[in-house]
Design a protein around this ligand. Structure first.
Ligand SMILES: NC(=O)c1ccc[n+]([C@@H]2O[C@H](COP(=O)([O-])OP(=O)(O)OC[C@H]3O[C@@H](n4cnc5c(N)ncnc54)[C@H](OP(=O)(O)O)[C@@H]3O)[C@@H](O)[C@H]2O)c1
Length: 261
């Protein structure tokens, strides 16, 4: 595969680190970004000469401007940065920050970088969504809203750019073993029997989607089946989740902290 020049947001997180490593190992050059300058520099040193760090807050206009200035050579943008706040919606104080980080910021960063991407003969935008971008799940109402939005943005932009050289792809991991998931989330996932992937599994899917260009990737079985059932028969999934609701509410009330899928 041709070596790409990639901007990866959320590079210091669990999925970001594994993805940065997998991309460099596959021969790509990667600009790593996140807000933690020290963590970024350390990661860049570990990854060697094909990696470079640019710290920026994607939620600020100045952060996105800094990235646009540093990224005039890229042909690929991976919108991976994200946050979550597991708990009941009544008590959710992070509506704005979740929607801004997971949806508005990737949209605006994409808009800032599109002029550069459109000059490439084969450009890619990969948006990292979630199974919860297709299935409304109790305890994750704001997160679901942000990831449903990101999935809609991806689909519409891909169709709008169908006559250009820019392809827009969506990758939806299921629960993944990273710090975004608190102990409360992990315990709840165990009790519910939810599967958890390693960050390396997700990274391999991202590299593979980059290679073959497929528009949508849903990681994990049976989650990818549930996504389809929910699209066709949402009441069936709703009934099943209602049975799990007492467990989810118990954890949501006990945690009222941060975590995600
Ligand atoms: N882990 C899961 O179970 C799971 C499942 C499905 C989907 N996902 C999605 O996968 C993506 C990566 O998640 P993860 O599990 O790797 O989470 P993580 O370990 O918590 O990493 C999140 C990354 O996002 C960065 N970030 C957050 N806010 C930012 C901001 N305002 N500006 C710049 N960077 C920011 C963080 O860096 P700084 O804090 O240093 O800025 C960090 O590098 C997210 O979009 C998440 O929604 C995760």
């Amino acid at each position: 595969m041709t070596a790409r020049h990639i901007l990866l947001t959320g590079a210091t997180g669990g999925i970001g680190r594994a993805t940065a490593r997998a991309l460099v190992d596959a021969g790509h050059r990667v600009i790593l970004t996140g807000r933690n300058e020290n963590a970024l520099q350390q990661l860049a040193r570990q990854l060697g000469e094909r990696a470079r760090a640019v710290s920026a807050d994607i939620c600020s206009a100045s952060g996105r401007d800094a990235l646009a200035k540093a990224c005039h050579e890229i042909d690929t943008l991976i919108n991976n940065a994200g946050i979550n706040d597991f708990g009941l919606f009544d008590d959710c104080h992070s509506v704005e920050s979740q929607i801004t980080t997971n949806l508005v910021a990737p949209m605006l960063l994409t808009q800032a970088l599109l002029p550069v991407l459109k000059t490439r003969t084969d450009a890619r935008i990969i948006n990292i969504g979630s199974t919860l971008g297709s299935i409304g799940y109790p305890g994750y109402t704001t997160y679901c809203a942000s990831k449903f939005g990101l999935r809609g943005f991806t689909e519409a932009l891909e169709r709008e750019l169908a006559d250009t050289s820019v392809r827009v792809q969506y990758i939806a991991p299921r629960a993944t073993d990273t710090d975004i998931n608190t102990d409360t989330i992990r315990q709840m996932n165990n009790e519910l029997g939810s599967h958890t992937d390693s960050a390396e599994t997700v990274a391999a899917s991202i590299v593979s989607a980059l290679e073959d260009g497929r528009p949508r990737t849903y990681i994990g079985w049976p989650e990818k089946l549930f996504v389809r059932i929910n699209a066709l028969l949402p009441d069936v999934v709703g009934s099943s989740l209602k049975k799990q609701l007492p467990i989810i509410k118990r954890y949501a009330r006990s945690g009222q902290s941060h975590g995600s899928r």
